[in-house]
Design a binder for this molecule. Sequence first.
Ligand SMILES: Nc1ncnc2c1ncn2[C@@H]1O[C@H](COP(=O)(O)OP(=O)(O)OP(=O)(O)O)[C@@H](O)[C@H]1O
Ligand SMILES: [Mg+2]
Length: 361
Amino acid sequence: MHGLHTNKIAALFPPPEFLSMPSAGIDISDTSIKYLDAQYTSKGLIPRVFDSVSLKEGVVVDGVVRDTDALSAALKELYAQNDRRFANVSLPEELVYLYTLEIPTVHGDKEIMQVIEFSLSEHAPIPAENAMYNYDIIRRRGEITEISVTVFPKDVVKGYLEAFQKSGFQVKVFELEARSLARSVTSTAVEGVSMIIDFGRTRTGITIALGQIPIFSTTVKIGGDAFTESIVKHHKVSDADADTIKLQQGIVECTPEALCQDLITTTQALVKEIQRHYRYWNTRKDEEGNNIAPIERIFLCGGAVGVKGLPEHVSDVLHVPVEIGNVWENMFSLDEHIPHVSRVDSWRYATAAGLLLRDVL
Ligand SMILES: Nc1ncnc2c1ncn2[C@@H]1O[C@H](COP(=O)(O)OP(=O)(O)OP(=O)(O)O)[C@@H](O)[C@H]1O
Ligand SMILES: [Mg+2]
């Protein structure tokens, strides 16, 4: 059992001899848990098991674990059904404080953690003793190192840790969901600034990343379910049929007109938020008044990307080409392997894929 005597997220986890054992990627949202595991082969890291269990309302609320026993029971089910013991787990964007720092180039992890500790009060409005933090190095420029810091309230992490401790799984690492996503949907060759949009069930995650490191992340409380609700209301169909209608008609071929109006209203509200962040980012200046590197590309993922016409709408409004992220890009080549999973599911498992990649990239 690992206590929470430390403030370093990575320090909670097992010693190095365990790190070579393959882990599962586990992505927990308010409505479900997604589980993915993979095998190392000559073709790359090939996904093996896609699994998920749904969560009842109230178990995880806005990213906070409210019912540890229920979450634990759901995890136990996944543990029993599969044969992985270790898990890399994502933490929700809703609760993170994410910021960048320029620090003098120092080499030890300990020194960097110390610098971060001093920066906490300025960037994370929570008591220092309730802060758990970690960092990624964005780049080193001679004397200066740029890092991206993620801070989570300790009690939030504790909620997840407790649920896992009773489930059978041993958590190897917790990381910010946006970090996992950026690792799967952006190519390791990408160096500039990207925006990654994750269209989920109840929310849409918006992340700005430098290379594969998130430097900003936020969520908008609109997701695929808003489309489902409108379709169900107008057509009196099941949620599954509404999903099919999303893919086949979406916002471009919808009928009747009243439904189309509803879907477009939802889309506009969502895209307006994306545009707000896009503009804000692209007009930022540094301390000397120079423009900061603009967003070069936009990657889309998440189950609701399949809403017909949605990607095009984002692209039209922002006047930027958008790409539907290839979730498997850094795992294997689609010329060599086709995963046994629908396109929609591959977009849904982007975070879990990034969690698996953490062990290899
Ligand atoms: N088979 C399907 N066909 C079409 N659309 C689907 C299908 N399955 C899921 N979706 C869409 O994907 C959405 C769920 O996406 P995703 O699984 O990425 O969300 P989530 O991660 O569970 O939730 P969140 O990220 O909001 O916490 C649904 O609202 C629906 O629009
Ligand atoms: Mg999600």
